[in-house]
Design a binder for this molecule. Sequence first.
Ligand code: ADP
Ligand code: MG
Length: 332
Amino acid sequence: MGEFDLIARYFKRPARRAALGVGDDCALLQPRPGTQLAISSDMLVVGRHFFAAVDPRTLGHKALAVNLSDLAACGAQPLAFTLALSLPGVDEAWLASFSDGLFALADAHGCELIGGDTTAGPLNICITVFGEVPVVNGQSQALLRSGAKPGDDLYVSGTLGDARLALDALLGKISVAPEVLAQARLRLEQPSPRVALGLALRGIASAALDVSDGLIGDLGHILECSAVGATLAVDEATALIAACSYSTWARGQFVINLSTDQQRTLVLCGGDDYELLFSAPPHLRGAVAAAAQVSQTPVTRIGRIDAEPGLRLVDGQGARLPHTYASFDHFA
Ligand code: ADP
Ligand code: MG
């Protein structure tokens, strides 16, 4: 099978929303009047972001999910995406599963594949997503990293640390029971982009981003862009590890046993969570709760924004914790 047959067979579908889809030199997207295009790219590299032997269906899901997560963080409605793919060879079973996983998530979000590039080479997947954000009275409704104000509450969606827990277990660094690993693996391999929550937080959140490299480092981006500091309630955040809410013993079997410090490290430095971290003023607590409810996404308050620069970590008693945690950095 050649390059063009491969594209036609696995990636070409009739355009619905786009003015022109796969098959010409460019795709054409018509932004609606009164909207801005939100654009973001994310690349997944074999051996770095995923294991070569990972289920291709979950890989297709994750490649798009991490990109949709960026749209979610901006409060953008997904429209379309392009797919640049480097493949070591033509493995039709692999391609069928990969494109199934990809299109299942794309269809769930009404986001269509409008173009891309296909070459031979080491397995590498680069997706660019396009989303739509309304402009109201000349003002973009996009959620940005800047905009957090002293006194704002700090929230995170969903659960934290489970993806890293699964990765550490798969790498043999920690040992967890199979049923716990199965749950945590879903978070690692099939994250749920929080698109509905991002949309519901327009006009409510003062700043937002998605947690991809780890809570501490990603929070640092909000603090830097907003020129503020924060106090983070570490135990509230650590309680969000879903795997740790399994009882320590199930069916008389050891399932999970992590020290407090290990749990804190998973949550603060873990990465791959694809949850939304956002701030909102305290008078909008009711509105945040309503946004969580309409989007059916749990949201937890885990701290507050301060005027004093820097990040302060406090435990459940309010005592200061030493700040020795760092997020993932590809070149650090
Ligand atoms: P060009 O050489 O003009 O850049 P290509 O020959 O690379 O175009 O691609 C042909 C068409 O197939 C283009 O419309 C391109 O967007 C699309 N395409 C290529 N690879 C993919 C892919 N992996 N997924 C979706 N569309 C693709
Ligand atoms: Mg061309």
